[in-house]
Design a protein around this ligand. Structure first.
Ligand code: GSH
Length: 191
């Protein structure tokens, strides 16, 4: 049985939750209180951060690596494109997720200019989604899972209006039709 060291409010954990749901993998979640982290979490991950995936004594932190691991370990349904070039482009978006998340956190801290910077990153996603249906390419997959936790939280918790980004707003609506994303939206609504 897999264990996920998890925190409801953590968007990195949300990546793992969504991936596990998409692959229909059974797991046990251990909720970590991020305001009062147990000392033993450092035995699971030297940085003390969540998510961490555990299977027997085997431990895996880092959400992007967890996504890749689950994709390889549980190949069905495939969540990366078959074509190597298309796979690489999906991975490129995941590799560059800081371009979105750094301004997201700056915006959350109400730093000057952060709203504009975050808006510019949303516009980049909107531009891509005007050209292809999913961030992963022709099909839903890992890049979509990697980004949606921040888009949901930006809209629902920070009051970001997605109307100026119609392709992104349409993507989110299509994402929410998936049970895995609808479940995460419920988690966000309860925060
Ligand atoms: N690079 C890590 C980031 C994980 C992360 O920052 N998790 C936060 C919660 S959202 C955390 O555990 N923070 C505790 C801390 O930084 O001490 C990943 O992708 O898994």
């Amino acid at each position: 049985m897999l264990t996920l060291y998890d925190a409801a409010r953590c968007p990195y954990c949300a990546r793992a939750r969504i991936m596990l749901a998409e692959k229909q993998i059974e797991f046990e979640a251990t909720e970590i209180d991020l305001t009062d982290r147990p000392a033993w979490i450092y035995e699971k991950n030297s940085t003390g951060r969540v998510p961490v995936l555990e299977e027997d004594a085997w431990l895996l932190p880092e959400s992007a690596v967890i996504l890749e691991y689950l994709e390889e370990r549980y190949p069905e349904p495939p969540l990366l494109p078959a074509d190597p070039g298309d796979r690489a482009l999906a991975r490129l978006w995941i590799f560059r997720h800081d371009d979105l998340t750094k301004p997201y956190y700056a915006f959350r801290r109400e730093e000057e200019g952060a709203a504009e910077a975050f808006g510019r990153e949303l516009a980049k996603l909107d531009d891509l989604l005007a050209l292809q249906p999913w961030l992963t390419g022709r099909e839903f997959g890992l890049a979509d899972i990697a980004y949606v936790p921040w888009i949901l939280r930006a809209r629902n918790m920070l009051g970001v209006d997605l109307d100026p980004f119609p392709a992104l707003a349409d993507w989110l609506e299509r994402m929410l039709e998936r049970p895995s994303i609808a479940a995460e939206a419920q988690v966000v609504a309860a925060l």
